[in-house]
Design a protein around this ligand. Sequence first.
Ligand code: TGC
Ligand code: FAD
Length: 392
Amino acid sequence: MASDLFEAPDYYNLDELLTDEHKLVRDTTRNWVKKEISPIIEDYAQKSEFPMHITKGLAEIGAFGPYIPMKYGGAGLDQISYGLIMQEIERGDSGIRSTASVQSSLVMYPIWKYGNELQRQKYLPKLASGAWIGCFGLTEPDHGSNPAGMITNFKDKGDHYLLNGAKMWISNAPFAHVAVVWAKDENGRIHGLLVERGMEGFSTPETHSKWSLRASATGELIFDNVKVPKENLLPNKSGLGAPLGCLDSARYGIAWGAIGAAMDCYDTALRYSKERIQFGKPIGQFQLQQKKLAEMITEITKAQILTWRLGLLKNEDKATSAQISMAKRNNVHMALNIAREARQILGGMGITGEYSIMRHAMNLESVITYEGTHDIHLLITGLDITGLNAFK
Ligand code: TGC
Ligand code: FAD
């Protein structure tokens, strides 16, 4: 990839709304991404491999558990800082942000919120330091948008639980040390279980041939009569609301992350439009290209304001699930549209790995599907405003 010349757009002076700590966190992450991600990411995406060596760096910048209390190894930051970290990492690559999202909001969050003190002490410091990587198993081959229908289940065998079933499309699965697995008990109630690599009957085959999120590892979780110790059940919350509560936190991070990807595409296209000459002029002087760029910065600015306000609500513990859904849906769609338009501004160069845009566009095709599809989030808004359920 060409060298990373990224300059963040801030059309409405939103920096003035950030504290010194927010700016420090953001700039630290931005510099880390320029140094550690930009030079290598295209190569890893091309070879379809997660750059395992970066996990220590992600931990050092506070990307593993940004808002988890420091006594468990987390960074103890607020929700705006968490969002800014996700924004900057996804500016580099959505797949790397995926690893940070899963680790923080889908693995550390449920252990922190639904686990007991022994589980917190055992797992959180290892996850915060990047010594261990976790994954989150909710989706199944036949139950994606409708996780309530899951068939993965466990039976009480006296001194242990016996777990059977399969999960699909699981980020980090191929190398995760621990999986937070959602499964039904004998009464059909959903619980979270901590399943560790090495437990007999537990395997994690990798999913190959993806055109999207190529620098993130995706796999299955297969449970064939896995004996799970009883102390590995998360005791403090059960029911579908437990995994959905984790998703609220991850979806919030994605709403910020998508802005990062959009900013990178916009910044790249803006620079290119001033340098590329056709018909004796920079292409940025043609009205058609200006229309694309002007609409991009407008949409980015609207998304920035939306997430900033959502961050304040989240800091006060007032953000609703439906508000988070709206931001995830809007911002990912906005970023995908910007990636597609920015790609066109670069003409043929836009499809190459010399620039980040095509990689962002392909990544965002996953981001618009995972953590609730674009349609599902629209239906969540529809239900919230009408009170009428259009899911089923
Ligand atoms: P429903 O009857 O509406 O709700 C069941 C219970 O859950 C509660 N609830 C929530 N709680 C917390 N947060 C939320 N967002 C919640 N939404 C609902 C609800 O109050 C109820 O509680 P209770 O106590 O009454 O039982 O459930 P439903 O079966 O009708 O489903 C609703 C629907 C469709 C919105 C939900 O199933 C959904 O969100 N589906 C999308 C599935 C999804 O997002 N999967 C994501 C998998 S993980 C992933 O993609 C990770 S990608 C990782 C990466 O790389 O970044
Ligand atoms: P389906 O649910 O089969 O949906 C297919 C289509 O039908 C979609 O367009 C959907 O919007 C539409 N649809 C479904 N229901 C309705 C309805 N009621 N009304 C209208 N339209 C509807 N999951 C995890 O648990 N953990 C992970 O770490 C994880 N990582 C992922 C990584 C990647 C790269 C990808 C691609 C997915 C990942 N997922 C993960 C799974 C992801 O959450 C699901 O793909 C997603 O929830 C959609 O489920 P599905 O693919 O089965 O699609």
